[in-house]
Structures are given as C-alpha cells and as structure tokens.
Design a protein around this ligand. Sequence first.
Ligand code: SF4
Ligand code: SF4
Length: 495
Amino acid sequence: MKEHSKPERTGNAGGRHMNRRQFAKATLAGAGAAAARAIMGPTSEAEATREKADEMRKHIRTSDNPVQIDEKKYKRFDACDTAFNSVSREFGENYFMHLIRNQMKYVMQGKTCRDVQTGSVREARHVYAFGNAFNNILEQLGGDGTNMENRGPTNSWTPLEYTKPLMIPGPPSEKDPDVLTPMTKAVSRIAGADKVGISALNRNLIYASCQPNPDFFAGHEQDPPIRKPINFRKDVKEPGENDHELFIPDTDINAIAFAVEMPRVMVQTGAQFSIVGASMHGYARLGYIMGTLSEWIRMQGYWAIPAKNDTGANVPMAAEAGLGEAGRNGMLITPEWGPAVRLAKVLTNMPLHHDQPIAFGVAEFCGHCRKCARECPAQAITYGEKTWEGTSSTNAHGAYRWYNDGAKCLKDGWIAEGSTCAVCLATCPFTKGEMWPHELTKAAIKHAPALNGIWLSMDDAFGYGFWKERNYKDIFKYGVSTYGLDPKKMKKEFI
Ligand code: SF4
Ligand code: SF4
C-alpha cells in the first residue's frame, strides 16, 4: 500500500494559530459585520441550514454508484463481528462497563474525558450528567440498535401487541407510489426526521447473521452470545423470527433511510462526555421516528422492519438513498450537517419512488484532507487510499471504501476517553456549519478539485483543527437546534 505521512499541523491546541476572533479582526474589518458574525457566532445556524437544504441540493451532482462492491469478494457482514460484540467477547463483559469505569474515574480527577482537565470535580460532573442523562430513556427506545434485531417496541419486525387490534385485515388499499412516497416522507418528518431518502434495498447491505440477545450486550453475561442468520425467504409473506433464523420476505423491498442532525456545538465537544448526550439524543429520536413510521406502514397493509445500527449497514444504505456520501472517517457526510448525523432505516414492501444518490466532492476532499485520521486519539482511521480489502475482522471486505479499525476505535478511543469520542466528527471540516470559509471550501472542492490540498491548512488556520479547544459551556452559550416539524419546509416538500 502507498505510504502516507501524517499531514502537518499548522497550529496547535495551545493557540499558536490565529484564532477566529483575531483572524476576523485582522482580515475582515472591511468585509462587513455579517461575515464576522458568520465566523464568530454560530447563531441558530442549524435552523438556517435546514431552510437552505433544498437549495444546496439543487447544485449537487447525482451519482450512479455510491456503493461499489466486488461480488466475487464481498460477503454479507456478520454482525456478531461488530467491534461492540467482538470487544465485549474479548473482555468477557460488555465493553460499556469499561467505558463507564473510566468515565467515573476521570470525573473524580476533574476531567471531562481522558485528556481534558477542568481542575474541578464539580465542573466535570456537569459534563458527565449532561452526557449520560440522554442515555437513560434511550434504553426504552431501542438504544443505538446494536443487537436489537426484532427486539423491543421500536425495533419490532411485526405489529406491536397493543396495535395488533388496530390493523385492518386484507390487502393494502393504496398502492400508488405517487401517493405513498410523499406521505411516507411527511410522516417521517412529522415524527422528527431531518432528512429522508428512499432506495431499492441493496441486499448486500443486510447482515448475514446477527447476535439478537441484547441482554448479553447489556451486561448480563449469563446469557451466552447467540448467532442467528438473517435469511430472505420466498415462502413467507411477513418478516419474522423462529428459533433458528430471522427471515425477510424475498420480494421487492425498499429502504427508507433517515438522518437526524446532532447538535453541532455538542458534537464539537467530543471527546468530552457531552458527546455521549449528542449521540444518544439522536438515537432516541430515531427510535421514535422508525417506530412510528413502521406502524403507519403496517396500518396501510404493508410490512415494515425498523432498524438503527442493527439488521444492516446504515452508511451505504443512506448513501444509496441520496442522503450524503461516505467519508474517510467511515461516517455518512451530508451536505447539510456533515457527518454530525445519526442514521436509521425502515425496510418495507410498500411501493415507493426512489431518490437519486448524490456526490458533492466528499470523496475528492477526503482523499486530500485526512484531518480525522490525524486527530483520532486511537489512530484507527486510515491515512491511505480507498481499497477493496478491509484491515480488521470488524470490516466487511470486498467493498471499495476507506477501511478503519473498529476495535481500535472502541478500545483506544471510546473506552480510553471514557465517552463515545467522535473526535472524527468534531474536527471534520464538513461539520462546521454555515460559516463562509467552509461554504467557500465546499464550492471550491466542486469547481477546483486541484486545490483540495490547501483546505486542511485553511481549516486549521481558522482554528477548527483541534478538538480540545471546544468548551462544553459553548453548548449553553450558543444553544442547540430544536427538531421535528418545520412548517415552512413541510409546506415546500409535501403540500
Ligand atoms: S476530516 Fe477530512 S478526511 Fe476526515 S471525513 Fe472529514 S473531510 Fe474526510
Ligand atoms: S470515534 Fe474517536 S477513536 Fe473512533 S475513529 Fe472517530 S476519532 Fe477515532
């Protein structure tokens, strides 16, 4: 493999680089207050971004093959081999217990993660509580989906016990995708999805097997890990499960993918404990969205399989549904919120129109940038090119992509930092919101790809390069976006 050196930093967390205020003062005095405000104060940019999303997408080119697979090499991934499962098996207990123990240790040392010292237990505890409070009710909403195939109210593959009596027997009454597609998107948006896309299901992306005993994952190790295949079957009309397998009807299947925005200011506090709150808040919202949409689909007479990180791979599925492009950091990068999104999907036999996959320069930009690789505390992200071969047992080999080491990320990133880390989201130039340098950057990527090499330096020069700089108090200073129904956008999209 071609060797790549780590990109040089142009500043550091100690402040050698010019900070945003200094830069604005020095260079933007004549550029007007609006530009300076745009740099210094991300005020309600999430709302503005949502407003502009359609306009931005008009200028984005379409893509025919966001997921490239070598059919000779590729095998559907076994979800028993996710980093969460394999590391938990290696430890003999749920990895999360290790993470929590470190988190508590750091709090008592006055830290908000391994490397950020506040000097005060009181302050560290603020961040600890802010991160973990969002983790609580989430458990009732299916967690992050890991090992939750057909488990719990939001992940059930069949109607819920208390909604079964509401299901009208017989075939669907509405079969027209012209009617069902905007309705599907409207229900998803009303339930809180920030973006919805639809594709024909790529069956390569459905896990070959899963480990659907969340009790093991929840720390009850008396339940040994189990392995169940997920099979497509011609002889069933509804998805379901028996003692040996989970099964999906072998028919035309659509995948409805959702993105919910993670509050940018919270994301930029990663790897401090507050990032846990941003992730878990997103997953809780997704549980509500997919549970609601699935029941709506069933009441229309079709079947639905809701899933977060379970059942199939989110990032390529969301890319095929036109929500964004896969980046070097292994995340979906959206035009609106960069990688600061959480994803889920609902599979269904409901007839729906498909969205077009998009390309807006992520592949080209990531090829030069490598900022996430440089900043990753675990050094789990590749500096190399895309390849067809994975580098660890947590990878699905045979797809053309950047492969990262999930086990390293979990052990030397999440567990070591005592949080869900997300430094690769916090530092990604696409996470930066609507500040003009980044809009300029995104435009330039599209029109002048030869200049891509300079953008990492530019991002650093603006003081966005170094994750330790973001103080958790910014969350309260700037506020975070609301979510859910956006009447103006709803009117534009569906009415
Ligand atoms: S930090 Fe750079 S290389 Fe990493 S995902 Fe973001 S744009 Fe791509
Ligand atoms: S979450 Fe942290 S440890 Fe994992 S890849 Fe991202 S930066 Fe690295």
